[in-house]
Design a protein around this ligand. Structure first.
Ligand code: ARG
Length: 457
């Protein structure tokens, strides 16, 4: 039976019920609904709605339901209840009879669902934080093992300057560090309890809401009841957190998909994260990474969807807000899955060092070095840039690398070039020179690895 039957004479149309019911997704809030119900029962004792003995009986029954839910969460969805709150109330009444009907005194599903969802979000923040840190750890380990793996760095997908695979890994560590810090930031704002805000105007019982918030592990209680039941900023913020981090993961995926292509062939992916083609026997496809890249789309969609759902909504609670859950659940599940999948991909990756080095040596990735060499000899940079451009054109014409051009050919473009130029053009020197903070020089990368490891413990 619905919670609100008294004022109705007709049963709900089956199609309306199907549209209106949320149990098939909000069953995931069962544990939070039980926790907030226990806290609420304690608050009802303080205002003498329940006796100590009644509260204990309710708490004990809620504990039994919790154990049942934990052992078989799927049992909930087979019920005909409208949502998780109706389900729990009915379940409690089944267990303790009329006493169960007292629990809803002074509260509304509006403050209840707001509280449950915030409790759930807090738990997710902690799990996602672990997921991010784990991926960062795997990235740092991969970096550590590949400090000498030189490969071309790209801009515009054109070979630009040599980098190392380690330096590439550390770039993603930084992105993930920002994702983690954004999560912590979101947590600070969401850690405020709406319970005791009633339907919209506050509860009519003189409950100490700060104490109630503390029982639930919140830092404090919200300050305005209208805002409390209509606020879904935390949903938006978490979706934004997921959206931006998924953008990072999609770029990670795209980079490796390219590294793994036949054309680049810088890495080989493990069989554990690739699949074959039903037709072409030679294929080994980077599906795990393509799925990370592809799933980024649905997470952006969830963020946009929720923004639009909330746009222009009048205060306070409106049923539109029930739409907050499916997108959020799916986006956070997807984000977590992709964090784990990215770690798994790295775990089995094989970097083909020789091939990477060969590629780094091609494509005139040391042209900037020649320009810097000219600058050191007193040529203004803009002029040096032009001279090297001409030298590169000549090298392309001869089908050679810059360092393979005879000195006499180089001197056609500038007489200041001497035979001291050849060590400057060596790959290692390109790396060594970039020793300012954040650069690719081996000692900078080693320092970044050490600093990150310290940060992650
Ligand atoms: N299932 C609802 C939701 O998720 C719970 C709140 C219902 N409140 C109401 N006034 N009908 O939003």
């Amino acid at each position: 039976m619905a919670l609100w039957g008294g004022r109705f004479t007709q049963a709900a149309d089956q199609r309306f019920k199907q549209l209106n019911d949320s149990l098939h997704f909000d069953y995931r809030l069962a544990e939070q609904d039980i926790m907030s119900s226990v806290a609420w029962s304690k608050a009802l004792v303080t205002v003498k709605v329940l006796t100590e003995a009644e509260q204990q009986r309710l708490e004990q029954a809620l504990g039994v339901i919790m154990a049942e839910v934990q052992s078989d969460p799927s049992a909930i969805v087979n019920s005909d209840a409208e949502d998780i709150h109706s389900w729990l109330e009915q379940k409690l009444i089944d267990k303790v009879g009329d006493l169960g009907k007292k629990l809803h005194t002074g509260r509304s599903r509006n403050d209840q669902v707001a509280t449950d969802l915030k409790l759930w979000c807090k738990q997710q923040v902690s799990q996602l934080h672990h997921g991010i840190v784990h991926l960062q750890q795997v990235l740092v380990e991969t970096a550590e093992a590949h400090q000498d793996a030189v490969m071309p760095g790209y801009t515009h997908l054109q070979r630009a300057q040599p980098v190392t695979f380690a330096h590439w890994c550390l770039a993603y560590v930084e992105m993930l560090a920002r994702d983690a810090s954004r999560l912590q930031d979101t947590l600070k704002r969401l850690d405020v309890s709406p319970l005791g805000s009633g339907a919209l105007a506050g509860t009519a019982y003189p409950i100490d809401r700060e104490q109630l918030a503390g029982w639930l592990g919140f830092a404090s209680a919200t300050s305005n009841s209208l805002d409390s039941v209509s606020d879904r900023d935390h949903v938006l913020e978490l979706l934004f957190n997921a959206a931006i981090s998924m953008v990072h993961l999609s770029r990670f995926a795209e980079d490796i998909i390219f590294f793994n292509s036949g054309e680049a062939a810088f890495v080989e992916l493990s069989d554990r994260v690739t699949s074959g083609s039903s037709l072409m026997p030679q294929k080994k496809n980077p599906d795990a990474l393509e799925l990370i890249r592809g799933k980024c789309g649905r997470v952006q969609g969830a963020l946009t969807g929720m923004m639009m759902t909330l746009k222009g909504l009048p205060l306070a609670y409106n049923k539109d807000m029930q739409e907050d859950k499916e997108g959020l659940f799916d986006a956070l599940d997807t984000w977590m899955d992709c964090l784990q999948m990215a770690a798994l991909v790295l775990d089995g990756i094989q970097v083909k060092r020789l091939r990477c080095k060969e590629a780094a040596e091609q494509g005139y990735a040391n042209a900037t070095e020649l320009a810097d060499y000219l600058v050191a000899k007193g040529v203004p940079f803009r002029e040096a840039h032009h001279i090297v451009g001409e030298a590169v054109m000549e090298a392309i014409r001869q089908g050679k690398a810059l360092e393979a051009l005879p000195l006499a050919d180089l001197q056609k473009f500038s007489m200041v070039i001497g035979d001291d130029v050849s060590p400057i053009l060596a790959l290692q020197s390109c790396l060594d020179k970039r020793a300012a903070k954040g650069g690719v020089a081996p000692q900078q990368v080693a320092a970044a690895i050490a600093a990150t490891k310290q940060r992650l413990v």
